[in-house]
Design a protein around this ligand. Structure first.
Ligand SMILES: [Zn+2]
Length: 512
């Protein structure tokens, strides 16, 4: 009888997976079942499920001293995906499965007491990691097989029961490899609300288009009912499509969160997340005992919309500072630092004061102090991370009339795609995708200014009290406006428009 066996599985860390060896060892002695190897409570509980599942799968085993070790010891293992590999390792140590059959195979899945294999989150990163580490096959829960098949170049076998798994490994039955459902094609066309339904607000519409074209953060300030959230909710309809690379990145996040659509295993559209202002800092950033991506990561490669920005707790807004700067979020945990991607376009909307009518002194009922306190809920480091701020004024009767001539989302999207293609060309073979992604050296390379424009910026720097950070953000927005005009160079008019989107900060926040 073989007394020792090893099965390959994987642990999730952030959005990446790390290989884990599940070793089982059997010796004579007092019957027991011990598990070691930096395990979370969930993994420790596996021994009960595994023991019962083995018994209920008709595998008779003499009572022995069983030790299961999950290595390497420095990787913390959590979740229920280790049930199936542990069960297989134990069965192999008892000689029920030939050890050499296990080579190059990664196994993951949860077991219930009946020996049925249940789906687990994180399959996409697990399979991607298995391919990288040279495995030829993954044995996964049947319900996860389509998700695994998204990754090409590795065989995916879906199983429904432990007994079926053992029978396959013994060579007693064959399993049909899963095939990818063509990137989840066949998904219903999503219907978005249309920009044509918004009357007037030409300036705001333009600002939204600039923001979407370069993936810039946008803040809309205006009285209630001016259409701020109407504008924001129409953004998904003009966003450029995801590249395959972007689809896989965001699908990994949804896979770990257990939020992938069962029929469509690759996220097809840029996410649009609109959490309520009562959201906690933890739900925004992610983390917890069983680490889970937060809203900021669920919005990765898409839009995070925060309506009524000052109503969010200060703590919640502060956790956004890091992702807005570094495009990822790091969460410290007892087992180390866990990183999730968070490359978002932030769209926020707010009233200018508690009653909503400031700076219309005739209508605003708030005291100066109330207005200041309200606006100051948004810290200046947070404001620094906003690229475009726009006032959305109350609608006048005249602009309500022009409804019929308003442009449709399809027309706007056409232009967005054109600007997107220019950026795609320019940033080929660089880490950048959109103008908003540029770092300082990227800005020096791709946003050079002529001497007239340099002078204009110098003047603005003093007049608008700009920080170095906001200075660079203005250049990136100007780059986008130049792209929208199909201009290779950043001209004075492009800079002026970009500066205009920044000057509103001064009116509301710096003059008070
Ligand atoms: Zn007011």
């Amino acid at each position: 009888m073989c007394l020792f066996s090893t099965v390959t599985s994987a642990a999730i860390f952030g959005v990446e997976s790390r290989p884990v060896n599940v070793e089982a060892d059997i010796t004579d002695g007092l019957p027991s079942f011990a598990m070691v190897g930096f395990l979370s409570t969930q993994v420790k509980e596996a021994q009960e499920r595994v023991r019962t599942a083995l018994k209920n799968s008709g595998l008779r085993m003499e009572p022995k001293r069983i030790t299961v070790n999950l290595s390497p010891a420095d990787v913390r293992k959590s979740g229920t995906g280790f049930d199936l590999p542990i069960a297989v390792a134990v069965a192999a140590a008892y000689g029920k499965v030939p050890g050499e059959r296990l080579e190059g195979i990664l196994i993951a899945g949860e077991l219930n007491l009946n020996g049925e294999v249940l789906p687990v989150p994180g399959i996409l990163p697990i399979v991607a990691g298995a391919r990288e580490s040279g495995c030829h096959t993954c044995i996964l829960p049947k319900a996860n097989e389509k998700e695994g098949a998204v990754i090409s170049g590795i065989r995916i076998l879906g199983v429904e029961t432990l007994a079926e798994t053992i029978a396959y490994l013994k060579g007693e039955r064959a399993l049909k490899p899963a095939c990818a459902s063509e990137n989840g094609a066949g998904e219903a066309e999503t219907h978005y609300e249309d920009f044509a339904e918004i009357a007037g607000q030409e300036a705001a519409r333009r600002a939204v288009e600039v923001a979407v074209s370069g993936f810039h953060n946008l803040l809309m300030v205006g009285p209630p009912g001016s259409g701020k959230s109407m504008l924001a909710r129409r953004i998904p309809g003009i966003l450029p499509p995801l590249s395959l690379e972007e689809k896989i990145e965001i699908s990994k996040v949804y896979s770990i969160a257990g939020m992938l659509n069962r029929d469509c295993h690759l996220v097809q559209q840029r996410p649009f997340r609109a959490p309520h202002h009562s959201i906690t800092a933890k739900a925004m950033a992610g983390g917890g005992n069983y680490p889970r991506p937060g809203e900021v990561s669920l919005a990765h490669n898409g839009v995070l919309f925060l309506d009524e920005l000052p109503e969010f707790s200060r703590e919640t807004l502060e956790v956004l500072r890091q992702p807005l700067e570094e495009r990822r979020v790091c969460i410290s945990r007892t087992s180390g630092i866990c990183t999730y991607p968070a490359n978002i376009m932030l769209v926020a909307a707010m009233n200018p004061c508690p009653c909503g009518n400031y700076p219309d002194i005739a209508k605003c009922l708030c005291t100066n102090h109330q207005v200041r306190r309200y606006l100051n809920r948004i810290s200046s480091p947070f404001l620094d991370r906003i690229d475009i701020t726009i006032e959305v004024p109350a609608l006048q009767y005249r602009s309500l009339e022009v409804k019929k001539t308003a442009e449709t989302s399809a027309q706007i999207r056409e232009r967005v795609l054109k600007a997107r293609r220019i950026q795609e060309q320019r940033y080929k073979n660089t880490p950048f995708r959109f103008n908003a992604d540029l770092d300082q050296s990227g800005i020096r390379t791709y946003c050079p200014l002529g001497s007239t424009q340099e002078m204009l910026m110098q003047e603005a720097f003093e007049k608008l009290d700009l920080s170095a950070r906001t200075y660079y953000r203005i250049l990136k927005v100007a780059r986008t406006i130049a792209d929208m005009m199909e201009s290779g160079r950043i001209e004075t008019e492009h800079l002026q428009e970009a500066l205009c989107y920044r000057s509103i900060h001064k009116r509301y926040w710096l003059n008070r």
